[in-house]
Design a protein around this ligand. Structure first.
Ligand code: ZN
Length: 218
């Protein structure tokens, strides 16, 4: 069962569509996995829609203005936005993984590999809120122990990872900040969505050897 969920403020911001793109993706993925949060988002969206309808109620004397505006909008030529072909599954090291719907149209960089950790960065237009990637921990992989200057969100898509604070299954919304030093690892392999808004800080090991990992993770 999923144990880690976005908090109420995050769900409300998601429903109101005010989150940066990378965090919108994170919540959208979680909602695909979590029926509880999906229901709460649907409720929040309905409440928002109702409040907008009440606020925008058109007075009878303004009706013609509304009609004019509507016909103006309908007369405008429609714009076609090029969309990347849907990619429902990906192959990593000879294994096939299904992607959540929220990620299927997002372009990605090629995989970079360091030891038994792979990373493919998502190419988002809006980088203002941090860097989003797919991370793949091969069986037995461990990320060197680190803490965060900002936030780190890890959301397993397939497989399980664990750290000093617990074990996380697909859909878990694992949000960590600078207070936590941890060493994520996976016994059987784990594909994750990962989001960082600042480089990590390693707390053990030789900095010279860890620089490469730092570049890989951020
Ligand atoms: Zn949830």
């Amino acid at each position: 069962m999923i144990n880690f969920h976005p908090d109420n403020a995050l769900l409300a911001a998601y429903a109101a569509d005010t989150l940066p793109l990378s965090m919108t993706l994170a919540v959208a993925i979680h909602v695909e996995f979590c029926p509880t949060c999906a229901r709460r988002v649907a409720d929040l969206e309905r409440q928002l829609a109702e409040s907008v309808l009440i606020a925008d109620r058109v007075l009878p004397e303004e009706e013609h203005l509304f009609d004019d505006m509507l016909s103006y909008i309908l007369e405008q030529p429609s714009i076609t936005v090029p969309v990347q072909a849907e990619e429902p599954k990906i192959e990593i090291q000879g294994q096939t993984f299904w992607l959540p719907r929220a990620l299927r149209h997002i372009s990605r960089q090629n995989w970079q590999q360091m030891g038994n950790i792979g990373r493919s960065r998502l190419l988002l237009d809006d980088q203002s809120s941090g860097r989003a990637s797919l991370m793949y921990l091969s069986a037995g992989a461990a990320v060197p122990q680190h803490t965060h200057r900002g936030i780190e969100l890890t959301l397993p898509l397939t497989g399980v990872f664990r750290d000093e604070l617990g074990e996380y299954i697909p859909g878990d919304f694992v949000l960590r900040d600078a207070k936590v030093a941890h060493q994520p690892q996976s016994r059987d392999g784990c594909l994750c969505f990962a989001l960082l808004d600042a480089p990590v800080q390693f707390t053990q090991g030789l900095p010279r050897l860890l620089n490469g990992f730092g570049d890989l993770l951020y």
